[in-house]
Design a protein around this ligand. Structure first.
Ligand code: HEM
Length: 165
């Protein structure tokens, strides 16, 4: 990011970062990465919030033998939306990594630790969601769903802490 000292402004004893606008390939990369993680994490939060109502409705609707309940249909539909966006998060994450790689020498130890911790959390989120989809007992389903969401949320917090100074 470009640095600039702005003449005429008070001297804060440090250079000031310019805020600029660039609608380019880097913007597209960020957009796709943020969109994918938004759907993965936001979707889980919204579905978790809707589940009590969905269950209520589901219990009021008779399900023919061998068919999925309303809750199961919604869960299935959600997973068909969420997984492609998780894949997009990984693809655009690798694209981000390719963009950061030439500056690897300019990354602090904190950035490196944060980045690898983020990768572990992303993996945990994916494994949690996969196990959640396969679990049969409600308690297991709840534990794996929490693992999927919480690890993704912490990954997001770590990513929000990546800085250019
Ligand atoms: C749930 C999964 C993920 C979340 C929540 C997440 C979140 C984020 C966010 C919010 C940013 C900042 C975006 C920006 O400012 O443009 C970011 C940047 C980045 N992400 Fe991810 N990401 C995820 C998955 C991944 C994966 C799987 C990889 C690598 C394979 C990855 C690699 C990166 C890299 C290299 C950056 C740029 C860091 C920098 O500029 O210092 N991300 N991520």
């Amino acid at each position: 990011m470009a640095r600039a000292s702005l003449a005429g402004l008070p001297d804060y004893g440090r250079e000031i970062l310019m805020r600029t606008f660039n609608l380019d390939v880097d913007a597209l990369r960020s957009f796709l990465h943020l969109l994918s993680v938004g759907v993965w994490i936001g979707g889980q939060i919204v579905v978790a919030g809707l589940i009590p109502i969905v269950r209520k409705v589901s219990n009021q609707v008779a399900t023919p033998e061998g068919e999925k309940t309303v809750t199961q249909k919604i869960a299935h539909r959600f997973s068909r939306i969420a997984w492609p966006f998780f894949a997009l998060a990984i693809i655009t994450g690798l694209w981000n990594l390719e963009a950061v790689a030439p500056e690897w020498g300019n990354t602090s130890l904190g950035w490196k630790v944060g980045f690898f911790a983020k990768l572990v959390l992303v993996a945990l989120s994916g494994v949690g969601a996969w196990l959640h989809g396969r679990a049969r007992r409600p308690a297991e389903r709840a534990i794996f769903a929490s693992l999927a969401s919480l690890s993704a949320l912490v990954a997001l917090l770590l990513a929000a802490s990546f800085n250019v100074t």
